[in-house]
Design a binder for this molecule. Structure first.
Ligand SMILES: Nc1nc2c(ncn2[C@@H]2O[C@H](COP(=O)(O)OP(=O)(O)OP(=O)(O)O)[C@@H](O)[C@H]2O)c(=O)[nH]1
Ligand SMILES: [Mg+2]
Length: 347
């Protein structure tokens, strides 16, 4: 498995029954030009058609399924894909099911090729070809329901950014509207849209940060509400999967404003849940310090301290670019500590 995987580059939607049928009918209608010298013309003609159909199915179904299977070895991609499927069905299992069902096509192609070579006449050759087409189409038709499910997952996977698995990943999480996109836009190469409306971010966005010889990836995520993962909607679940499967460090952004739409207590409750969900360090970042009094800031910090005792709390304004250098410094230190490198003797 390569270190950098781009679902949008390696995955494409798979043809379903209707498209396969259309291709097969087209091949069946097309005339096959053969030199005059060719003997057993019917046999050669039908064998060519079988080869054409067989290589179409291998190239467009079986090989892409193998590529998908390989990509799904990355737990993050498997979870993102599984999120789109009826509950309980892991995407890897769906692909295995399809590979099992569709691999029969290879055997059928071999079988009918050899049957054709010992056929007696034009009528028998044509019958064998028709039988082959019927059986192949029936295999694809029976797999169609699963192909459609997988296509839905592929559409979602193609929206996921290319992640370099050899570089650290920092996820920016929090409730909607706390300023995640504004922060990612201020410190990384990504420029996600921010707006005063909740759930502005619906997809995972990846940016790069190069700071003091440390190269890292930073993820802007959709907002998460404080509820169990099974009650989350598909958009929130993308954020949940990114923090639990992909992150080496999570920045939990808090909005301390008194007029914050979702309030302050739910943010504390989400922080508690997040600390249970993830196995990596969580840095707490109080954003929008430009908006609140120092008294309010103190109150908020104290309340956070009670939920996460001893954890460093960073205070920033993503919008006014206050405290951003200190924040990135803290992130670098945490990542180095996480990788077992000494934070002192380098940059
Ligand atoms: N005063 C102030 N406003 C901020 C700050 N950071 C973000 N905002 C504003 O807060 C609102 C939400 O910002 P976003 O960056 O879109 O928030 P988000 O967390 O990405 O929101 P979702 O994508 O909906 O989850 C926008 O109107 C921003 O301008 C800040 O440091 N200070
Ligand atoms: Mg956003």
């Amino acid at each position: 498995m390569e270190e950098r995987e781009c679902p949008s580059e390696v995955l494409r939607k798979l043809p379903v029954y209707g498209e396969v049928r259309e291709f097969v009918l087209k091949v069946s209608r097309e005339s096959v030009a053969l030199p005059r010298s060719v003997k057993k013309r019917a046999l050669v003609k039908y064998r060519r058609r079988i080869d054409k159909i067989s290589s179409y199915l291998i190239r467009n179904l079986l090989e892409p399924l193998q590529t998908t299977r390989k990509l799904l070895q990355v737990g993050f991609y498997n979870k993102i894909a599984s999120n789109t499927l009826p509950s309980g069905l892991p995407a890897t299992e769906l692909v295995d099911k399809l590979l099992g069902k569709l691999d029969v096509v290879r055997r059928l192609s071999r079988e009918y090729r050899s049957k054709l070579s010992v056929s007696f006449d034009v009528v028998e050759s044509r019958e064998l070809y028709r039988e082959y087409v019927g059986r192949v189409l029936s295999v694809v038709r029976r797999a169609s329901k699963y192909l459609e499910l997988l296509n839905k997952a592929i559409v979602e996977l193609r929206k996921v950014p290319c992640v370099d698995l050899s570089l650290p990943v920092v996820a920016v999480a929090g409730m909607p509207q706390v300023g995640k996109s504004t922060l990612v836009s201020a410190i990384s190469t990504a420029k996600p849209r921010s707006s005063p409306f909740p759930f502005t971010t619906k997809e995972i966005v990846l940016g790069h940060v190069n700071y003091k010889f440390m190269e890292m990836q930073i993820l802007d995520l959709p907002g998460i509400l404080d509820r169990p993962p099974e009650d989350m909607n598909e958009v929130e679940r993308k954020a949940f999967v990114a923090v639990t499967e992909l992150s080496d460090l999570v920045l939990f952004l808090v909005d301390p404003s008194e007029d914050f739409y979702y309030g302050f207590e739910p943010q504390l409750s989400l922080l508690k849940s997040l600390k249970k969900w993830v196995g990596v360090d969580v840095l707490i970042v109080v954003n929008k310090v430009d908006k609140v009094s120092s008294k309010r800031l103190e109150l908020v910090s104290r309340a956070i301290g009670e939920v996460a005792p001893g954890v460093e709390i960073l205070k920033i304004s993503a919008l006014k670019r206050i405290g951003l250098e200190e924040l990135v410094d803290a992130v670098v230190k945490h990542l180095k500590a996480f990788r077992g490198e000494s934070p002192q003797h380098d940059y």
